[in-house]
Design a binder for this molecule. Structure first.
Ligand code: UD1
Length: 423
């Protein structure tokens, strides 16, 4: 029932620290199930999806202790093979327990996932890959059941470089007999993080970040300590916040190499970026923003997780922008509320044509999903007057203290229990 109340128009200034990467930590937590001993993760963001993953792992019989920025996961000896629907439905990343549980227990039953409502999100490639490794797979009553006395290494060609499928197959293949080769795998930095963690556990994986990942199966894995790298999408979101408000922000925890496509589009929009040692970047925006053209793609293309934020940027640019969402088929859910804030957006299929306006005007808006929710907050920061953002639980899934970090940069933003007639 909490909402964010934002009075827009304040240029953001100061310094912000980026938290650990949501999309890395959730998969690493699932991978910890493969270990014969405890794993200790640090730089873990305090977000709702991490809490959900802790609950999923506990429900599977693992011992999970979460501290301030740390999570200790001990799979113990009594792991169970069923991930129930009431937990899995809240978060798509829960499907990542499929690979490790199958690898360790030889049998697993996982509820079909829910998560962000951003279009069709099948898991056929995860399942095809496991089948190629010898698993028998059925799905019934909303659950996927997979069984394999012993997984065998296989040569698996992915039709599309799916992040989730690549990670699930890397985890399953780590304990398979023989060598698995993944062709056309995802190349996201999170895949490299998964490889690093699994190799610290004793796995033999090479090639993450390239078109070919080779996994030599080993008999068993141990627990490992791991520090999660910074969240490139959170960093990108703050870059857009600086640009939209005509501010100047020093961002700590922005890895230049991970943000290539985002940097390129910001520069085209006229935003100044100065990278410094230690993964720091100074983002400055003084001039009127210029229109952009972009198409979301698998990494290193432009990330679908930054598309809603860039749509907000283009609503106030000096000209017409074109944005094509090519990864998901229903990821324009922020458009209606942006229109209510005065944006001029025309959507045809997966393409949006955005005619920049002089300014947005504050309104009462509702988060449809995680990144669209963050985009609506950005719109509120740039708008005239007050914006009230509802359903912010979506934002809490993936951003650690978004409003307090923005407030530290000078934004007029508060979180409050909803007043009755706030909107
Ligand atoms: C996606 C993003 C990832 C982002 C994450 C969190 C891409 C390619 N992936 O990863 O960068 O961090 O969301 O928001 O941008 N698909 C199938 N069958 C499958 C698996 C996927 O058809 O078995 C399709 C999906 O419907 C989608 C595309 O492949 O259209 C990308 O899916 P995938 O990379 O698996 O999604 P996530 O792992 O959620």
């Amino acid at each position: 029932l909490e909402k964010l109340y934002i009075n827009g128009g304040v240029p953001l200034r100061g310094e912000v620290q980026i938290s650990g990467a949501k999309n890395a930590v959730l998969k690493i937590m699932a991978a910890a199930l493969l270990g014969q001993g405890p794993s200790l993760l640090s730089n873990v963001p305090q977000i709702r999806d991490v809490k959900t993953m802790c609950s999923v792992l506990r429900s599977l019989g693992a011992q999970v202790e979460s501290g301030h920025g740390t999570v200790k996961i001990d799979p113990g000896t009594g792991l169970m093979n069923t991930a129930p629907h009431d937990l899995v439905k809240g978060m798509r990343a829960s499907i990542q327990v499929l690979g490790p549980l199958l690898g360790r227990l030889g049998e697993v039953k996982v509820a079909l996932p829910g998560g962000c409502a951003i279009g069709d999100r099948p898991i056929d490639m995860h399942l095809e890959g496991l089948k190629a490794m010898g698993a028998e797979i059925r799905d019934e009553h909303g659950y996927v059941l997979a069984r394999a006395t012993k997984l065998r290494g296989a040569r698996i060609h992915l039709d599309y470089p799916s992040v989730g499928a690549t990670e699930n197959l890397m985890m399953a293949a780590s304990l398979a007999e023989g060598e698995t080769v993944l062709l056309n795998p995802a190349k996201e930095p999170e895949i490299i993080e998964s490889q690093r963690f699994l190799n610290k556990m004793g796995a033999q994986i090479r090639g993450a970040g390239t078109n070919r990942i080779v996994i030599k199966g080993v008999r068993q894995l141990k627990g490992a300590d791991y520090r999660v790298g910074p969240d490139r999408i959170e960093a990108g979101t703050f870059m857009v916040a600086a640009a939209l408000t005509g501010g100047e922000i020093l961002i700590n925890g922005a890895v230049e190499e991970h943000l290539g496509a985002v940097i390129h589009k910001l520069q085209q929009a006229g935003v100044q970026l100065q990278f410094m040692e230690g993964n720091r970047v100074l983002v400055r925006s003084k001039e009127k923003l210029q229109p952009i053209q972009l198409r979301t793609m698998p990494y290193p293309g432009f990330p679908t997780d930054m598309q809603p934020q860039f749509m907000v940027l283009s609503t106030v640019a000096a000209g017409v922008s074109i944005i094509t969402e090519a990864v998901y088929n229903n990821r324009f859910k922020h458009v209606n509320d942006l229109r209510r804030m005065g944006a001029d957006i025309y959507v045809e299929g997966r393409t949006a044509v955005i005619k920049g306006t002089q300014f947005l005007s504050g309104a009462c808006v509702t988060c449809p999903d995680l990144r669209a929710g963050a985009a609506l907050v950005l719109a509120g920061l740039a708008a005239n007057g007050q914006t009230v953002v509802e359903d912010i639980a979506h934002i809490d899934r993936g951003y650690e203290n978004l409003e307090s970090k923005l407030a530290q940069l000078g934004a007029d933003i508060v979180r409050q229990q909803s007043g009755e007639q706030a909107c």
